[in-house]
Design a protein around this ligand. Structure first.
Ligand SMILES: *[C@@H]1O[C@H](CO)[C@@H](O)[C@H](O)[C@H]1NC(C)=O
Ligand SMILES: *[C@@H]1O[C@H](CO)[C@@H](O)[C@H](O)[C@H]1NC(C)=O
Ligand SMILES: *[C@@H]1O[C@H](CO)[C@@H](O)[C@H](O)[C@H]1NC(C)=O
Ligand SMILES: *[C@@H]1O[C@H](CO)[C@@H](O)[C@H](O)[C@H]1NC(C)=O
Ligand SMILES: *[C@@H]1O[C@H](CO)[C@@H](O)[C@H](O)[C@H]1NC(C)=O
Length: 548
């Protein structure tokens, strides 16, 4: 295989500059050496320039400090006894050491930790925490009143600079600074109580130089007799105060939404309803709220929109399940999932590029590069039996099946992940159990690594069965250090008996660190490729931080 390790991104940037500087100086020295008939002062000049050259070289190599790269543990654990946790993991650099740190939230029931009591909250309370990506040590902890409704980090406009976390819990909406864990503001959320993670980020609307956001309320469980139209409220990111009027989005039976930017950068809100997919421009919504904005609109979409409601019908279906924006494509497309298919919708012409029949999907589809066409492919997991799933990779350009494999699953079934490499393909990580293993291994949960160029084999690493609440694979540093996070423990949404709580454990592992203790699982017919060859291909991987 032509897996030449990419040198560019893995090299240290400053070293590259040193080398170039050194070479050019040496060149100018040797040119001078070629001069004939050296007189005394010329020799002196030569020596002087030689000295100068040396001085420059020495300055670059010794005096200028090399950037200190943070040291990290390839594996670490963060353990919290007597706690429960939620399906939420965010990665952000909170302590500015250029290594991503991990934010998660847990419900603390242990009085001796004194986290809740320190802020006068009764036990249990919620604790939003950031742990250092290098060693898993806590950077800050922010106790908050229980119960949790939703939490989102990376929300623009909340911190003094950069981003913050927004937590909807108890009666309040709380903005937490990602660097310090300090509460920036706390406001009653009585106007926006419904819905799950209904958050939309928008550029500054109230001219305070901070991005603002909106919260959409919908009532997914309501029957058509009682349902209320969805409502949107705009908030100041800086202060948490409502800005403008509450907006009625004239649409019933909304059960999901997605923020979307068209190819020209116009921001839209996609609304999933029981009759299909709709879009409405944020410009239209801000105007209804009585706010002035410079937001763009897409011309071709505007022509299709309903004159009074501003709604654009993108796709009609009475079995819509999920809509995802395909990452990293120049003309944005949407992956549309119904109860029996996944399809790709091109948003410029509003045409379906392809549609593939599926049975029930067990997890959210995962994007990654499998073939060589540069268009993100899609990994899905179909339920085909009580305990059996079919893992498929669909071509992003045609929807045809590129790869498939049956595995056993358990609930909750962690969503697969992918990490892009410098060789323009991604490696995929899938959870499951191999069907061939006997009964004893039922107590094992395996993670599988899939290398698209060696797709006849999977690398299997067996782990003791744990209740995995959240899973994420990511690059912890630019161009290097691909790892994954597994959050296990009791589920905070299930209100378990407090006395019976197991610990919550957040584990970080390096992807390559799993290769030595993995075994090989053959996917299809026999192949000539051996275990050693596949493992070496994994060791050679160089990861890329580009999205796609
Ligand atoms: C993390 O926890 C697991 C299971 O509790 C244990 O097997 C492993 O050794 C721990 N790793 C580290 C680095 O502490
Ligand atoms: C909600 O926020 C207000 C204002 O900061 C605060 O006084 C109140 O205690 C908070 N309620 C809870 C349950 O945290
Ligand atoms: C999908 O949903 C439609 C409409 O709700 C229904 O008629 C159909 O039977 C469903 N198909 C499957 C495979 O569940
Ligand atoms: C996909 O499903 C539709 C409707 O159920 C059916 O008409 C079509 O033939 C199926 N396509 C394939 C390739 O199975
Ligand atoms: C698994 O266990 C069941 C009952 O305990 C037994 O009937 C079955 O033969 C076992 N299967 C294998 C593959 O060992």
């Amino acid at each position: 295989m032509a897996d030449a390790p990419g040198s560019g991104l893995e090299a240290e940037p400053l070293k590259g500059e040193e080398a170039e500087g050194g070479v050019s100086k040496k060149k100018s020295c040797s040119e001078k050496l070629g001069l004939p008939h050296l007189t005394g002062w010329r020799t002196a000049a030569l020596l002087l320039s030689l000295l100068l050259c040396l001085a420059v070289v020495f300055t670059f190599s010794f005096i200028l400090p090399c950037p200190v790269r943070p040291q990290y543990f390839s594996t670490w654990n963060h353990t919290l006894p007597d706690a429960a946790t939620y399906d939420f993991l965010a990665v952000e650099d909170t302590n500015e050491d250029k290594v991503l740190d991990v934010l998660f939230i847990y419900k603390d029931s242990e009085a001796s930790r004194n986290t809740c009591l320190s802020e006068d909250f009764s036990i249990p309370c919620l604790v939003l925490t950031a742990v250092d990506g290098t060693d898993g040590k806590a950077l800050w902890e922010r106790p908050l009143a229980a119960e949790l409704d939703w939490v989102e980090c990376g929300v623009k406009g909340l911190g003094r600079q950069g981003t913050g976390c927004l937590v909807a819990h108890a009666d309040n909406l709380t903005a937490v600074d990602k660097k310090t864990g300090v509460v920036r503001w706390q406001r009653s959320r009585s106007t926006v109580l419904n819905g799950n993670l209904p958050l939309i980020s928008i550029q500054d609307l109230n001219a305070d130089k901070a991005d603002d956001f909106a919260i959409l309320s919908y009532n997914p469980d309501a029957t058509s007799f009682t349902s209320v139209p969805s409502e949107l409220v705009f908030f100041s990111g800086q202060s948490g105060d409502q800005i403008g009027l509450k907006v009625n989005v004239d649409l019933y039976e909304v059960f999901g939404h997605q923020q979307f930017r068209t190819a020209s950068g116009a921001p839209y809100l996609l609304l999933l309803t029981k009759s299909g997919l709709y879009a409405v421009s944020l410009r239209h919504l801000t105007a209804l709220a009585g706010l002035k904005s410079e937001l763009k609109e897409e011309k071709s979409w505007k022509e299709k929109s309903d004159k009074t409601t501003g709604l654009i019908s993108l796709y009609q279906s009475d079995s819509l399940k999920r809509v995802m924006v395909v990452p990293g494509t120049s003309s944005p497309s949407l992956l549309v999932q119904t109860n029996s298919s996944v399809s790709l919708l091109h948003t410029d012409k509003l045409k379906m590029a392809w549609s593939t029949n599926t049975s029930d999907l067990l997890s959210v589809p995962t994007f990654g590069q499998f073939d060589k066409d540069g268009i993100p492919d899609i990994l899905i997991e179909e339920k085909i039996g009580r305990e059996t799933k079919r893992v498929l990779v669909l071509s992003g350009s045609s929807g045809v099946i590129l790869w498939e494999m049956n595995l056993l699953f358990w609930t909750p079934n962690p969503r697969p992940a992918s990490v892009l490499t410098l060789n323009t393909y991604s490696v995929f990580m899938i959870w499951g159990r191999s069907p061939s293993h006997d009964n004893q291994t039922n107590q094992m949960h395996s993670s599988f690594l899939l290398h698209p160029r060696y797709s006849q084999l999977l690398l299997e690493r067996r782990n003791p069965a744990q209740n995995i609440i959240s899973f994420k694979a990511t690059l912890f540093e630019r161009g290097r250090h691909a790892g994954y996070l597994v959050l296990t423990g009791p589920d905070g949404r299930e209100h378990a008996e407090l006395s019976e709580m197991d610990p919550v454990i957040l584990t970080k592992r390096k992807i390559k660190g799993d290769v030595p203790d993995s075994t090989v699982l053959r996917v299809g017919a026999e192949s000539a490729v051996g275990e050693k060859e596949v493992k070496e291909a994994f060791y050679r991987l160089r990861f890329s931080d580009a999205l796609f």
